[in-house]
Design a protein around this ligand. Structure first.
Ligand code: SF4
Length: 604
């Protein structure tokens, strides 16, 4: 039997699987099939790879391996984007892809699974996600709404003929129940996760030489500790009930398995709050007590077992840990800095600091409580590390369009960000997202939210631009000053005559280099300018004498005219430079090429 797993990517509030990230689910599915049917041939493609193949097919250019790709007995499509964004590394599955896929694999038994089978396929913030029920059930043979690795395991144990006789079997009501089965505990996935590590060798972002930039997302627990008081009203996590956690040794075993196959970049991101792993009791009824010892154990075991790990980052942090249990939160922060790699980010969901919006949506924390979290993380995390990034900084998420939002709410959020800048706290990124309405959302609310989002559309536009100008830009200048060096930045995409690069890891900064560089290789870069959310860089080391006009123009403060003058006059000493540049820009230039000053002073 030949099986193809198509990864339509996952982006949920507590899990990311858009390349270079690989979510746990495709690996679990691979492991589940391999464990039950070791002789089956399992192939894996991302949705971007499939689109390319289909395009060639439509253009009548028979792609290499076309028949081998099409000739699959079973096709399993994973879909899971409910928090859509813009991604450099790929484009998640859109509803329109389904038709092309089902046509292409017309002869195969087709299964669709993943979070979107429950929450719908999200395509754009502010618009409802598309319910999976809209697909043609005659073409798609099975829709798995439970945990796919568990459901598939049960189906495979029954009989592989199930995939051919499903029509008959479907009439049995038990069968329908199987499709909704969930894990009973987290240990059920251990074997699948360890065996499924093998999938990474099929991923386009993986390289046998150095692991490429493939970053494996790791799961630690399921659910939200705020389920007890209902959680944030827009969020699906609290509906999962009490949190269930993986054993530390199980998480480590999975990471070791991935590491042995060659993975070098990891993000422990598949949970609602990293600080709540194996949390304690609810000493405060708003949130349970964090468990610093267990987090120290987890991180130290990973580092000791995988000495050549290049990236170890986390994701998702609830500010309440810091406000309610500052000692424990501080301890965990110190462990993160000790064991994780630099450039780490605690993504904190603020959503809004307006007290009215907080109360109407039962949000987690107040402005002061969030500021407390930002201050503690800054106390330990600002130091610049070996790869050129601060060790550990907060990243902030806001949601536009929540109930109770007014123009004053937007202003309060803006003032909150201004205060962060004034207090000289560093934050690595601000995520401003429109509320994505999940499928099945109460139609009365849906209409209200839709009207509000439409009405506020121009206000959001202005507000976002003000934040990008007044907060993001000056913040980037503080964190990544001119002349700073970023090490091991991976060339991901050519863009016109330039290249877009990022370091592997959580929310890495995008770097633009105005030169076509060979892709899938690491470079060291020097920061020469700032966008709103990205950096302009040149390949290190820099020698002004070798730069093109375009590269000179990229440097903050130079521009077209001065770039031309530099190329024309070829200044050899400080005096000549100062005939072209003001002193402060000249000083910046000496940071970009430190040898410049001494060398030219001697000649001058
Ligand atoms: S704190 Fe709120 S947003 Fe975060 S997981 Fe819990 S309910 Fe969802």
């Amino acid at each position: 039997m030949k099986v193809l797993i198509i990864d339509g990517y996952i982006d949920q509030p507590s899990c990311l699987g858009v390349p270079p990230f690989l979510a746990p689910l495709p690996r679990y599915i691979y492991g589940s099939i391999k464990k039950n049917k070791p002789s089956w041939a399992i192939d894996y493609r991302t949705i971007d790879q499939i689109r390319k193949e289909l395009k060639k097919n439509y253009q009548n250019e028979t792609p290499i391996g076309f028949n081998a790709l099409r000739n699959k007995n079973i096709v399993i499509l994973i879909t899971g984007v409910s928090v859509p964004g813009k991604y450099l590394g790929g484009t998640p599955l859109r509803f329109s892809d389904l038709k092309h896929i089902s046509n292409f694999f017309s002869e195969s038994f087709k299964i669709i699974c993943g979070p979107s089978t429950v929450f719908g396929i999200g395509e754009e913030g502010g618009k409802p996600s598309i319910p999976i029920e809209r697909i043609d059930e005659k073409i798609w043979n099975l829709i798995i709404k439970g945990d796919p690795e568990i459901v598939l395991s049960i189906l495979l144990q029954k009989n592989e003929d199930i995939f051919y006789n499903y029509q008959k079997i479907c009439q049995n009501p038990d069968f329908k129940d199987i499709l909704h089965l969930k894990r009973k505990n987290m240990e059920e996935i251990l074997e699948f996760s360890v065996i499924g590590a093998e999938l990474i060798s099929l991923h386009p972002n993986f390289s046998e030489n150095d692991g490429g930039n493939l970053t494996c997302e790791i799961e630690t627990f399921r659910g939200c500790p705020r389920y007890l008081n209902g959680g944030c009203l827009f969020c699906v996590e609290p509906k999962k009930g009490p949190t269930i956690h993986r054993k530390i040794n199980s998480i480590v075993k999975e990471i070791i398995s991935l590491y042995k196959f060659g993975v070098r970049h990891f993000r422990i991101g598949n949970q609602t709050d990293f600080y709540a792993i194996h949390h304690g009791i609810y000493e405060n009824k708003r949130y349970p007590k964090p468990n610093p010892e267990i987090i120290e154990e987890l991180l130290s075991k990973i580092r000791n077992s995988c000495p050549e790990i290049r990236t170890l980052h986390i994701d998702n942090v609830n500010a309440l840990n810091f406000a309610l249990y500052p000692k424990e939160a501080e301890k965990i922060t110190r462990s993160i800095i000790k064991y994780c790699t630099d450039g780490n980010i605690a993504a904190i969901g603020i959503e809004s600091v307006d007290p009215k919006v907080i109360s109407m949506n039962n949000l987690k924390a107040s402005a002061d409580e969030i500021m407390e979290a930002i201050s503690i993380i800054n106390r330990y995390g600002k130091t610049i590390g070996k790869n050129g990034n601060p060790a550990f900084l907060p990243g902030l998420n806001f949601i536009m369009g929540l109930q109770g939002e007014t123009e004053a709410s937007l202003n309060l959020n803006y003032q909150f960000l201004k205060k962060i800048l004034r207090e000289n706290y560093w934050i690595r990124r601000i995520n401003l997202r429109k509320f994505l309405i999940p499928s099945g959302f109460n139609p009365k609310f849906y209409k209200k939210i839709k009207n509000h989002l439409n009405k506020f559309s121009s206000k959001y536009y202005k507000w976002k631009n003000t934040i990008r100008n007044d907060i993001d830009h000056p913040m980037l200048k503080k964190i990544y000053p001119i002349g700073g060096e970023l090490k091991n930045v991976y060339a991901e995409k050519n863009d016109g005559n330039g290249t877009l690069l990022r370091q592997p890891g959580t929310y890495p900064i995008t770097c633009f280099v105005p030169r076509k560089l060979d892709l899938m290789q690491y470079y060291n870069l020097i920061v020469v300018g700032h966008g709103f959310r990205s950096l302009n860089c040149l390949k290190a080391p820099i020698k002004f004498i070798n730069l093109t006009q375009r590269e000179l123009e990229m440097i903050d403060g130079i521009g077209k005219k001065r770039a031309k003058a530099i190329l024309f006059k070829r200044p050899l000493n400080k005096k000549e430079w100062l005939e072209i540049l003001p002193l402060e820009i000249w000083e910046e230039m000496t940071k970009i090429q430190p040898s410049l000053l001494s060398l030219i002073e001697k000649k001058g």
